[in-house]
Design a protein around this ligand. Structure first.
Ligand code: ADP
Ligand code: MG
Length: 321
């Protein structure tokens, strides 16, 4: 007999509650907010064929579904508390569910965040997670605080960079090919991003503005600049990249790093370089200064000699043609 909706929830998505007052199994979950804290709430939906390929291992998909949500909390400087999972599945495939739940809950445990509820329905594969976090009132990192004179920074794995997820996508699209080990590394960047929660927390009081990179640096930086009513100059050749991406032709490397998407790194602005480096060290994450915030609106790209480039990558927009 196939697995019913409630057995499925009980088997794969119900665990004893820890911090929550009430978890899975009632009409609502109950959370106890900490006095003096603001709740930080964010949802991200993953649709097959749009946000992930059918070839992804279920365990990695479980990881990524939560990782992209934790990345939003990181970009706010919020501490993760709990999350809900709304799931549409074509059928109750237990191999898929077991792998998906394993990847999802492993990342949840790593960040001490618990699954407190959700919804389960039959339908084309679609995953929507809502995360709840908290941040001391008035200390959230926002998009609208960048000031002329601030340095512009991006996070990355130690020894790594941004743009690998896009490079992996180009391999899947058949545009380029990579040797096996190199492909596995960039595929891992695409399928198992590491949300920069510790860095987000360490940047409270240091960063003037922050955003996580989901739609590509150019597009996401544009959001910060517009919200903050400032402009920026970015050194295209200073964008950090992995050895694999560094070995690609210049045009492809620039395209992947400047407009790749799916990086889930933090892009942030700060007045004090030393404080940024101390925060990154405390969080065990790499950071690279890639440009500066300026009063003049707009985004200007320069090369490593400081020459202005005619370069205009686009951010990703689901409804753009
Ligand atoms: P209701 O009909 O009252 O919305 P449901 O019958 O849909 O409740 O769900 C029963 C319980 O299981 C609720 O507590 C709900 O939050 C939880 N739940 C449903 N789907 C999931 C899921 N995919 N992951 C975690 N909890 C879930
Ligand atoms: Mg329901």
């Amino acid at each position: 007999m196939s697995l019913g909706e409630f057995d499925l929830i009980a088997r794969y998505f119900t665990r004893p509650t820890q911090r929550a007052v009430l978890g899975v199994g009632d009409d609502c979950a109950l959370l106890q907010p900490t006095p003096g804290m603001h709740l930080a709430v964010s949802s991200d939906m993953l649709v097959e064929g749009r946000h992930f390929l059918s070839t992804v291992a279920p365990q990695r998909l479980g990881h990524k579904a939560l990782a992209v949500n934790l990345s939003d909390l990181a970009a706010c400087g919020a501490t993760p508390l709990a999350f809900t999972l709304a799931l549409a599945l074509p059928r109750p495939d237990e191999t898929f569910l077991a792998g998906f739940a394993r990847g999802l809950l492993a990342l949840a445990d790593e960040h001490h965040i618990e699954l407190v509820g959700g919804d389960t329905t039959a339908g084309p594969l679609n995953l929507c997670i809502t995360v709840f976090g908290e941040v001391p009132a008035g200390q959230a990192l926002r998009r609208d605080g960048a000031c002329a004179g601030d340095g512009l920074w991006v996070s990355h794995a130690l020894g790594g960079g941004i743009g690998d997820a896009r490079l992996a996508l180009e391999v899947f699209r058949g545009r380029i090919s990579l040797p096996g080990a190199a492909f596995e590394r960039v595929r891992c960047a695409m399928e198992q991003p590491q949300p920069r929660v510790a860095l987000g927390l360490a940047l409270r009081g240091v960063a003037s503005a922050a955003i996580d990179l989901s739609d590509g640096l150019a597009g996401d930086l544009g959001h910060v600049l517009r919200r903050s009513k400032v402009g920026a100059t970015v050194d295209l050749d200073a964008l950090p990249c992995s050895d694999v991406l560094a070995a690609q032709p210049e045009a492809l490397r620039r395209e992947c790093t400047a407009s790749g998407g799916d990086d889930y790194e933090l892009l942030f602005c700060a007045a004090d370089d030393m404080a940024v480096r101390a925060a990154a060290q405390a969080a065990g994450v790499g950071v690279t200064r890639i440009g500066r915030i300026e009063a003049e609106p707009g985004l200007r790209w320069v090369d490593r000699q400081g020459r202005l480039l005619a370069f205009s990558p686009n951010g990703f927009d689901h409804f753009a043609d």
